[in-house]
Write a protein that binds this ligand. Sequence first.
Ligand SMILES: N[C@@H](CCC(=O)NCCCC(=O)O)C(=O)O
Length: 262
Amino acid sequence: MTAQTSSSSRSRPVVLVPACNKMVGPYPSHVVGKKYVDAVRLAGALPLVVPSADAQEVDELLTLADGVLLTGSPSNVDPRHFGESVLDETLPLDPERDAWTLALIPAALLRGVPLFAICRGLQEANVALGGSLHQAVHELADMRDHREPEQAELEVQYGPAHRVQVQPGGLLASLLGGATEIEVNSLHGQGVKQLGPGLHVEALAPDGLIEAFSNPQASAFNLFVQWHPEWQAEHNPVSLKLFKAFGAACQAYRDRRRDPLT
Ligand SMILES: N[C@@H](CCC(=O)NCCCC(=O)O)C(=O)O
């Protein structure tokens, strides 16, 4: 092994983590939950938190990236991005995040950069790829309330909430060694209404809500999940498998970029 290949195989892949935008006291700030950054490290990658960016900066940022992790957030994707007006004005939005992640997602997929998206990340990916969202799943007949018990302690909010059926033959089933059902947490009010064209359902909740999907047309690893695998990921065998698979895809992307002939 040459010195060059040995150093490239040792250097960790860089994973972009887009920040949310919120006020911290009187100060407009960029914020990312620590559990997401920790999970990127657990995947064997180096997290790089990106503050809000310009849609024009997406290509430049992707040249730095060996992977992208889209986090959850209390904020909703603005329904105007899928042709609806906001039904509940009291819920938070994050127009600065929408402004560039909706451009980042198709660009990352086109470039073959591995992409893993969680909760709001799944929702914004569906919208970025031509789908739409329910604004309040809990107000639909025959759907369960997928929101967390807000007054409960965090362990309960992020505790197991319902099972999901893993669709046979898909990426998720393969990552989970053929598992057909898993237990997940649930902390969201929005949810997939119309899945974007060409996207593949990977998991369903008992009420039929899409809980995971992938884009089989993209050349690299991509997985979008509605639950929160980053919560105490090191203690959850399902989460470990997902983050390890994402990390391995990011490492392979980095190694190919560094040494295209290997
Ligand atoms: N606001 C959206 C998305 C929900 C979501 O991502 N929750 C995460 C909360 C904080 C965190 O754990 O990062 C919805 O309600 O559907």
